[in-house]
Design a protein around this ligand. Structure first.
Ligand code: TMP
Length: 220
């Protein structure tokens, strides 16, 4: 049996990471084989790329858009080759905190063309697509309040580059995510993310369970 790739997407503070914890608890409860990973930073080398991409420089220098895009894709190529494809081949469920839709949303709204994104997809993803994508959708204003309080709780939280971007940026990211979802409704499920984490987790599980069953993962 081949594996099952589930990606989790959404703006900062949309609760992806909390939902990932709920999901791993459920998968463990049913004794299903899974791994959890993320982009950027799902490999040892990728962690260095994550830090290069997201930690603000004291000099104030920022990556130009093409460099940023290629670094996200370098991280993805390494991650697919060494983590994701092997796990899929061995029949595992893979939970991925961000994947290609994040590039399409974040770099897309900054001006990277669909054509360039399609070319990179062809080179790096080839025919790989997530079996299911959960898009956690909520009002950016509320989410930024959550992110800021989270950052305050973590004095060493250095990866705040995107968190500090304007609200308008996050609104655009949200819109782009929703646009992508409307183009691929069979793959991408939009999950309203402003309910309680427990209620969202319930919705997520009732969506995922039948799909896993259909893919041959027995929920005993
Ligand atoms: P995270 O903290 O949710 O892991 O997100 C890392 C940041 O990187 C987040 O602001 C989204 C951004 N990002 C991109 O801009 N492009 C990408 O391709 C990916 C995967 C993330």
């Amino acid at each position: 049996m081949s594996g099952f790739l589930i990606t989790l997407e959404g703006i900062e503070g949309s609760g992806k990471t909390t939902q990932l914890d709920f999901l791993t608890d459920q998968l463990s409860k049913f004794g299903l084989p899974y791994i959890c990973s993320k982009e950027p930073g799902g490999t040892d080398l990728g962690k260095e790329l994550r830090s290069l991409l997201l930690t603000p420089r004291t000099s104030g220098e920022k990556w130009c858009l093409d460099a940023e895009l290629l670094l996200f894709y370098a991280d993805r190529a390494q991650h697919l080759e060494t983590v994701v494809r092997p796990a899929l081949r061995s029949g595992q469920i893979i939970l991925l905190d961000r994947f290609e839709d994040s590039t399409r949303a974040y770099q897309g709204i900054q001006g990277v063309s669909e054509k360039t994104l399609d070319t990179l997809r062809q080179i790096v993803l080839k025919d790989l697509r997530p079996d299911l994508t959960l898009l956690f959708d909520a009002d950016p204003e509320k989410m930024l309040i959550r992110v800021n309080s989270r950052n305050r709780e973590k004095p060493d939280f250095a990866e705040t580059r995107f968190d500090r971007e304007e609200l308008c940026f996050h609104r655009n990211v949200r819109e782009r995510f929703l646009e992508i979802a409307s183009r691929e409704p069979e793959r991408i499920c939009v999950i309203p993310a402003d309910e309680s984490p427990e209620s969202i987790a319930g919705n997520v599980w009732s969506l995922i369970a039948p799909k896993l069953n259909a893919a041959g993962f027995l929920l005993r």
